[in-house]
Ligand binder design. Structure first.
Ligand SMILES: C[S@@+](CC[C@H](N)C(=O)[O-])C[C@H]1O[C@@H](n2cnc3c(N)ncnc32)[C@H](O)[C@@H]1O
Length: 271
């Protein structure tokens, strides 16, 4: 399995820990936790694949859950270890989402795959990571798989902020001039998709979708407004967002989405 050196270099220098710290950045974390809390039960075992510096793993371990975490990049693992409190029942292991061979079938009630799919570029590779996440999940358990969504990023980083030069991206073939669908390869770091891509990717798996959630909705697009909100207004914003983040007329305009699905109790051979 080839390791993407671009990815390792990026996360070695990226302040992953404070990414979610500001109001606009916290929406993604709070929304994902909101959905995890709908399904997690006392005594559940959690696997976090692509755990980064461990925001979700630590939050869940501090609530008393047993968490096993896997992360590719050593630098993130070092920070993860520094952040671990003595009373947390938590393990962190270096590994790749595409090969969870060290983990048994059907073990975890909750499996989080919140990041690796951002960095897998071929549908077969993404399916391999999803297949592994499903394999280690208990039948009836719930998997959370996150994606970076192309339209939200194009609006925010492209047309709004100008960090992406749209004309240049089209010239380089990174954006389709007709559909505005994104294309990327390892040197581009992030693989951007839309919901149709997620539906196609997931169509072969014996799972039942519970939710498809616009995790940060318009939060990145309107980050200045969110960061300027007083706490009371931000609470109302969160309530609005939690109420609308699955609405079909709104889910495309998000920078991240999470697909929440249950592993069917009767499984197909070979998964
Ligand atoms: C955007 S971060 C998300 C971290 C964390 N899950 C969160 O949501 O805060 C993506 C993480 O996935 C890790 N990652 C990327 N590809 C991976 C792979 N194939 N296997 C395991 N981890 C991977 C990256 O190193 C990075 O730490």
């Amino acid at each position: 399995m080839r390791t993407n050196q671009h990815l390792i270099d990026f996360y070695n220098h990226y302040d992953e820990d404070s990414r979610l710290a500001m109001k606009h950045g916290s929406v993604e974390f709070l929304t994902t936790m909101h959905y995890i809390e709908k399904y997690i039960k006392p005594g559940d075992h959690v696997l976090e694949v692509g755990a980064g510096t461990g925001r979700y793993s630590h939050a869940l371990a501090r609530q008393g859950y047993e968490v096993d975490a896997i992360e590719l990049v050593e630098h993130n693992i070092d920070i993860f270890r520094q952040n671990t409190k003595p009373d947390e029942t938590i393990t962190i292991t270096q590994g790749n989402a595409m090969d969870l061979a060290g983990y048994p079938d059907d073990k975890y009630e909750i499996t989080l795959l919140l990041g690796p799919l951002y960095h897998l570029y071929r549908i077969e590779d993404k399916r391999q990571a999803v297949r592994e996440a499903i394999r280690v999940t208990k039948p009836g358990g719930v998997v959370f798989a996150a994606y970076v969504i192309s339209d939200g990023c194009l609006l925010d980083e492209g047309f709004h902020r100008g960090n992406i030069n749209v004309a240049e991206y089209i010239r380089k073939g990174l954006l389709d001039a007709e559909t505005f669908a994104a294309k990327s390869e390892p040197k581009d770091l992030f693989e951007l998709v839309c919901k149709e891509n997620v539906d196609e990717l997931m169509s072969i798996f014996p799972v039942t979708r519970l939710h498809y959630v616009a995790t940060d909705g318009c939060a990145l697009l309107m980050r200045e407004a969110l960061d300027a909100m007083d706490d009371d207004t931000f609470e109302w914003y969160l309530r609005y967002h939690f109420t609308t983040c699955e609405r079909e007329d709104l889910i495309g305009v998000t920078s991240h989405a999470v697909d929440v699905f249950r592993k069917n109790v009767r499984n197909i051979n070979g998964l």
